[in-house]
Design a protein around this ligand. Structure first.
Ligand code: NAD
Ligand code: NA
Length: 398
């Protein structure tokens, strides 16, 4: 089927179902070339399982460690003219492949913040999943969370705190680099971001599973964070998202104590920067990711998302010698990105990238960035077609 991508700014409005399926199969294939996770969990719940880090972790634990998995996600099936979301098709492709391997792969599609979802998952674990789980992966990335009292939503923001921030984004629809400035967040915006992307819902899930006696001895839970470098600090870790991540880190310490009664552990996996539906919105982030990818590819250290999460699981969380963390109890799978040599080179390159030369791949991996972005929706870079009016336009000046 010939499906053309519909892109508005930095948002892909449709997906290619067959391409999504191929992308999941290719991630599974990549994983199968990597060493097995011999001491991995066998009964896993992934909250936020249909794309990005959650899907890559699900693939790693299922195909690298033969785990049965339950995946929760918020996705839309196709209906009428609408293609459905990429994550919907990713779920289908994952399930088909896992079942072929004789693994359980159960999907729940709906709101992970809601109590009815918790109840459904509890009932399923109790009646059909063997009665207990030994790993919970929390990988939700959401823009909103319904307020429990029914009075609307909390909204998360991607804004600096204290001072405004200006940086470039790559407008993928127009193939232009555009400068965007962001005012600092209000205190309410900070609080709401913490409500949506902090650790509250993670903690609710763990306490709910515990009170229903579904946690196995030695259970491990992990949630994902990003810390980044000086380049990304003002807009990320120093901004609204950083406040939410700090709350997530505090939650991991609290949960770690709470789980000691099961000889369990709670951890934060600090991941490297990856192209995602959300990260392309962040001013300055796309150029940073393009420069990062250029440097890591040159060093032979570039990882796909699935290779990255496989390393986080195998070498860090399920390391046979014990979980590997830094002095702050954080798993640092972002070590390659934060290598001072790599950062110095990123600084040097980013300075040279302009609105005129960014497509050339000379200083930053633009091709890789576009391929990754299109791949999120089951497309390739070649599927992108520009109307003549855009193709013939001079690139926008900063
Ligand atoms: P993603 O958008 O690819 O995945 C988000 C998942 O959450 C999807 O499965 C989606 O269906 C699900 N989801 C969203 N709202 C939901 C809801 N209300 N109920 C149930 N499911 C819902 O995002 P991602 O990039 O994989 O991010 C996952 C986590 O990893 C986030 O905490 C993010 O901050 C963190 N992280 C991302 C990066 C990165 O560079 N992408 C780096 C470090 C950490
Ligand atoms: Na995810």
């Amino acid at each position: 089927m010939d499906i053309r991508p519909i892109i508005k700014g930095v948002i892909a409005k449709n997906c290619n179902p067959e391409g999504c399926r191929e992308s999941v199969q290719s991630q599974i294939h990549q994983l199968q070339q990597l060493p097995a996770i011999s001491t991995g969990p066998k009964k896993v719940l992934v909250i936020g399982a249909s794309s990005g880090l959650g899907l890559a972790t699900r693939i790693s634990l299922a195909f690298g460690g033969r785990a049965d998995t339950i995946g929760i996600s918020y996705e839309r099936p196709p209906s009428g003219e609408k293609s459905g979301t990429a994550g919907w098709f990713n779920n289908l492709a994952f399930t088909e492949a896992a079942e072929k391997e004789g693994l359980i792969a159960k999907n729940f599609v709906g709101d992970a913040y809601s109590e009815p979802m918790q109840q459904q998952v509890v009932d399923y674990i109790r009646s059909e999943f063997g009665g207990s789980i030994d790993c919970i992966v929390y990988s939700l990335a959401a823009g909103v969370r319904p307020r429990p009292d029914g009075s609307g939503f909390w909204k998360s923001s991607l804004k600096p705190v204290g001072e405004p921030f200006a940086g470039n984004i790559i407008n993928i629809e127009k193939d232009q680099m555009q400068s965007v400035s962001m005012p600092p967040a209000s205190p309410e915006e900070v609080q709401e971001t913490v409500k949506v992307m902090g650790g509250e819902n993670w903690e609710e899930w763990i306490r709910c599973l515990d009170s229903n006696n579904l946690l196995a001895r030695g259970v491990k839970t992990i949630a994902f964070s990003y810390i980044g470098s000086d380049v990304t600090y003002p807009i990320y870790f120093g901004g609204t998202m950083g406040q939410a991540k700090l709350h997530l880190h505090d939650t991991s310490d609290r949960l770690n104590k709470f789980l000691s009664k099961h000889q369990g552990e709670a951890h934060i996996g600090v991941s490297t920067a990856l192209v995602s539906k959300a990260s392309v919105f962040i001013p300055g982030f796309s150029c940073y990711m393009m420069a990062l990818s250029k440097v890591l590819k040159q060093k032979g250290e570039h990882e796909t998302c699935v290779a990255h999460m496989h390393r986080m699981m195998k070498d860090f969380l399920f390391n046979p010698e014990g979980v590997k963390t830094d002095e702050n109890r954080l798993i640092r799978a972002d070590d390659r990105e934060l290598n001072p040599e790599v950062q110095a080179e990123i600084f040097r390159l980013i300075d040279k990238v302009t609105a005129e030369n960014f497509r050339s791949d000379q200083y930053a991996d633009y091709s890789g960035f576009i391929e990754e972005f299109m791949g999120l929706s089951g497309f390739t870079a070649k599927d992108r077609v520009f109307p003549e009016t855009i193709a013939s336009q001079e690139p926008a000046l900063k």
